[in-house]
Ligand binder design. Structure first.
Ligand SMILES: Cc1cc2nc3c(=O)[nH]c(=O)nc-3n(C[C@H](O)[C@H](O)[C@H](O)COP(=O)(O)O)c2cc1C
Length: 159
């Protein structure tokens, strides 16, 4: 039986929603690891590794970037899927954010890579993040794009 693991980082929980949905769509044995709360296990028991995070000020969480850098030798030969959640409206900017979130050789190795939606729940944000969001978007309404079809296509590439 093939074992899969989703290793991710999140600030306000949207990536957790995406990762949980992805797990359900993949079916079978899928482990979920939130790097903000736990350490990733050795990858030797897994043949498929999915890595995901969210983008703040153009970059994915440092915790994910550092983990991926260290895990590169272990990731060799694995089936890899890469995703980010990112909320800038411009698709080209989003694509660049995804491109820069992971090492180029891992981007090449990945069987799927995508931007799987975004969500800002204004009330959940820290004082500073509220201030910045209000300055950038001019609104306190928040935003939500749950990309069910993209998550489905992503899962399909890894089943
Ligand atoms: C303060 C702040 C800064 C953000 N900066 C960016 C950014 O530079 N680029 C982007 O695409 N999305 C940006 N976003 C949107 C987040 O990436 C998006 O809301 C994501 O879904 C958050 O996921 P999380 O709840 O798992 O952390 C920002 C959101 C906040 C609140």
């Amino acid at each position: 039986m093939s074992k899969k693991i989703i290793i991710y980082t999140t600030k306000y929980g949207f990536v957790t929603k995406v990762a949980t949905t992805l797990k359900a769509k993949l079916g079978g044995e899928v482990e979920l690891v939130n790097l903000m709360k736990a350490q990733a296990p050795s990858l030797q028991d897994y043949d498929t590794v999915i890595l995901g995070g969210s983008i703040y000020f153009g970059k994915v969480q440092k915790k994910l970037a550092a983990y991926v850098r260290d895990a590169m030798p272990e990731l060799a030969g694995k089936k890899v899927g890469l995703f980010v959640c990112a909320g800038v409206p411009d698709p080209e900017t989003k694509r660049k954010e995804l491109e820069q979130a992971f090492p180029p050789e891992l981007m090449k190795q990945a069987v799927c890579k995508d931007i799987l939606g975004d969500e800002i729940v204004y009330e959940k944000l820290s004082f500073l993040d509220k201030f910045i969001t209000r300055r950038i978007s001019g609104s306190t309404a928040g935003q939500s794009h749950f990309e069910e079809n993209r998550i489905e296509a992503f899962a399909q590439a890894l089943r």
